[in-house]
Design a binder for this molecule. Structure first.
Ligand SMILES: NC(=O)c1ccc[n+]([C@@H]2O[C@H](COP(=O)([O-])OP(=O)(O)OC[C@H]3O[C@@H](n4cnc5c(N)ncnc54)[C@H](OP(=O)(O)O)[C@@H]3O)[C@@H](O)[C@H]2O)c1
Length: 277
């Protein structure tokens, strides 16, 4: 009989590809998946960070790690991924990278908005399309698409980011249904505010009305737990679930959007213009 970790690697192994793995939630996914015995392909632009993570995880968990420096926004991104992973049996895809502009919609250029669309939507669509077909043919596998609570209601000040998170949420949930009879688990992980370098660089104001940030490790753990249960979507953290349950059960969408707008204004002010690099 397989051990629990054997069961995990049989379903999602032997290799996992993490798109956006050099820090924050992506780095936590790497740590968690390595601890479960998966070999890793780590994708991001900052090679040095990826190499440090690879060295640490190889030593700690005796797994194989391939460092793959790549700009997921590049034109030939999918071709490069296909070439690099051609000889690998990828059983799990985690699409984690995102651009998250903060500030009024009209304060960001169209060029920025198109980059956001490309990385957050086209990137996750392309890799999901490629790997879901392969997983369907094999009759096993898993896909985690990182998204956000900002995709579950109007999210002023994060307007376009929230819209891309809604796209990813619906992509994952609908694909979960199509894939469940093929033994391929597809799940959206809609995180709340999480203590990542990206969040810290945006310098949010702290205060009673500002949601408490979760640790990235807890987000990755909750996502993996949800995937194993073959859930179509999870929201990490009890209080995040409580907030979503409350606002979706009792408030009309106009009120929800007003509240989200006023929280975002308190966190960042209306004149803030910030985007992760
Ligand atoms: N942090 C939060 O509060 C929060 C809340 C809700 C949801 N989320 C979701 O969680 C996910 C991760 O968020 P995060 O805060 O950890 O960080 P993030 O800034 O969204 O993403 C960080 C990772 O993505 C990589 N990345 C970014 N642009 C890339 C590109 N063009 N090509 C390749 N890799 C790229 C970064 O590496 P390089 O810079 O080295 O390329 C880094 O490894 C996102 O999908 C976000 O929507 C986050």
């Amino acid at each position: 009989m397989s051990s629990p970790s054997g069961t995990f690697t049989n379903q999602y192994g032997p290799w996992a590809l993490i798109a956006g793995a050099s820090e924050g939630i992506g780095e936590s996914f790497a740590e968690e998946l390595a601890s479960k015995g998966l070999n890793l392909v780590l994708v991001a632009r900052r090679e040095k960070l990826l190499e440090n993570i690879a060295k640490r995880l190889k030593q700690k968990f005796k797994i194989e790690v391939m460092v793959f420096p790549l700009d997921l926004n590049s034109e030939d991104m999918l071709e490069q991924v296909k070439l690099k992973t051609d000889q690998l049996d990828i059983g799990l895809l985690v699409y984690n990278a995102a651009l998250s502009p903060i500030g009024l919609f009209t304060n960001h250029s169209l060029d920025i908005h198109l980059k956001v669309l490309n990385l957050n939507c086209k990137g996750s669509l392309s890799l999901t399309h490629y790997f879901s077909q392969k997983m369907k043919d094999k009759g096993r596998g898993g896909i985690i698409l990182m998204t956000s609570m900002a995709g579950m209601h109007g999210s002023p000040i994060h307007t376009h980011y929230g819209a891309t998170r809604a796209y990813v949420l619906h992509l994952a949930e609908s694909l979960w249904y199509e894939m469940k009879d093929h033994n391929v688990h597809v799940m959206a992980c809609a995180a709340g505010v999480t203590n990542t370098p990206n969040l810290l660089s945006s310098e949010p104001t702290k205060g009673l009305l500002i949601p408490k940030a979760m640790e990235p490790r807890k987000v990755a753990k909750a996502a993996i737990k949800g995937l194993v249960k073959n859930k179509p979507r999870i929201i990490p953290g009890f209080s995040n679930n409580l907030i979503i349950w409350f606002v979706h059960s009792f408030l009309p969408s106009k009120t929800r959007t007003r509240i989200m707008g006023s929280i975002a204004k308190k966190m960042y002010g209306e004149d803030k213009i910030h985007i992760n690099k």
